[in-house]
Design a protein around this ligand. Structure first.
Ligand code: GLA
Length: 388
């Protein structure tokens, strides 16, 4: 939808004009999975699709939320902005962000009519919820003249996800949505929040996203379970390394020396993934900076194997897409991206091999799962912004 159509839809819904239009993108992570909440590195980039937010002040001292994907309008008094709505209500994502501002001492004195529209494929694990959180945080930051920087806006989005959606996520998705830059990936240290924007200049190669159309069940508890298993591994390692702050601090060699302290077999596998993934992410970024795209691709494949075998967040859908991709000579690398369990893979594919990639991977995938996959060429884009 064009901005003009969105403004028309706003006018139809609220009978007055929108005074501002904001946008914040979804993301794809190139490598560094399930490392963020362990204080490790991630390497995501912002996409061209995301969530739009239009607003205008009203005279009723009410906050009204409408999504173009839903029929109803949700109306809340200014005194009701710190209490979550029932579980799984979509308004919890923006509401949770507004609540964070209030928690920090800011006060919304006026009511606003808000219209949301998103074009991130739903349930694809490309962070439609982070896009909704960050676009809200960005807009509210302006309304309140709060002056918070983009990293703070990402933290507000993450806190909303924890407190209003019940997912104990890391910072990656909200950070990528807030800090993304066209044609760059973000090499972020999730412990210190220091980051570097690394150009993704791929001569004759595209970033291809393949959608399993098998919903990623992030709220199903499997994600929070992984977070808890990593915490258990960390606690057990602290018996021999009391000063250990997080799993990502350990090199692979250090981990090997003390891994026996983890008595829980599952927690041990989860920790082994995290330690290896942090190393792979560092190596992959170094390879990309040297123009060694082949090594980058190999590390992507190794990342998938570790997520499949040690972290156990892949399954038939993601494995089929990745493993079929690996068979094709024009594929530099392919792996699951995001939380897992469903959602998407990300692949680096040579331009001339893309039609064959879509045809062959799509065909085997449909034979094995009965589902038609979708393929998108990623356009790496800028982070949150005001459009009008
Ligand atoms: C989800 C979470 C992120 C991150 C990824 C896995 O997208 O929201 O914080 O943990 O899974 O890397």
């Amino acid at each position: 939808m064009e901005t003009n159509e969105l403004k028309k839809a706003f006018q139809e819904a609220y009978k007055h004009e929108a005074t501002a239009v904001y946008f914040s993108p979804g993301r794809v992570n190139l490598i560094g999975e399930h490392t963020d909440y362990n204080g490790g590195y991630v390497f995501p980039c912002a996409l061209s699709f995301g969530t739009y937010l239009l607003l205008a002040k009203n005279e009723d001292k009410l906050m009204r939320f409408k999504s173009l994907n839903m029929p109803e309008v949700t109306e809340l008094a200014l005194t009701e902005l710190t209490t979550p709505l029932p579980k799984n209500h979509w308004v919890n994502y923006p509401l949770g962000c507004i609540a964070q501002f209030i928690k920090r001492g800011y006060e919304l004195k006026e009511g606003y009519d808000i219209l949301i529209w998103g074009n991130v494929p739903a349930g694809a694990g490309l962070s439609s919820s982070a896009a909704l959180e960050v676009v809200t945080a960005y807009a509210v930051n302006e309304l309140l003249s709060a002056g918070l920087d983009r990293t703070e806006l990402a933290k507000i989005g993450q806190a909303s996800e924890h407190e209003f959606a019940g997912v104990n996520c890391g910072i990656m998705d909200q950070f990528a949505s807030a800090q993304g830059k066209k044609d760059h990936a973000i090499f972020l240290n999730c412990d210190t929040m220091e980051f570097q924007l690394v150009p993704v200049k791929l001569e004759g190669i595209k970033v291809v996203i393949s959608n399993t159309h098998s919903p990623h069940k992030l709220d199903s508890g499997a994600y929070n379970e992984r977070v808890a298993q990593c915490q258990l591994a960390l606690e057990q390692l602290r018996k021999v390394r009391p000063e250990l702050k997080n799993l990502a601090e350990l090199t692979e060699a250090e981990f090997e020396k003390i891994e026996n302290a983890i008595t829980d077999e599952t927690a041990h596998k989860r920790a082994r993934h995290v330690v290896g993934e942090v190393q792979r992410t560092t190596d992959a970024v170094a390879a990309l900076q040297k123009g060694d795209i082949a090594t980058f691709g190999k590390l992507m494949c190794q990342s998938h194997v570790s997520l499949r075998d040690d972290y156990e967040v892949t399954g038939l859908h993601l494995d089929t897409l990745a493993e079929e991709a690996w068979k094709l000579p024009g594929v530099i690398g392919s792996r699951m991206t995001g939380g897992g369990f469903g959602g998407c893979t990300v692949s680096l594919v040579k331009d001339e091999a893309i039609p064959e990639f879509i045809e062959k991977v799509g065909k085997v995938y449909q034979e094995k799962t009965g589902i038609k996959a979708d393929f998108y060429i990623a356009q790496i884009s800028d982070g949150a912004r005001r459009i009008e």
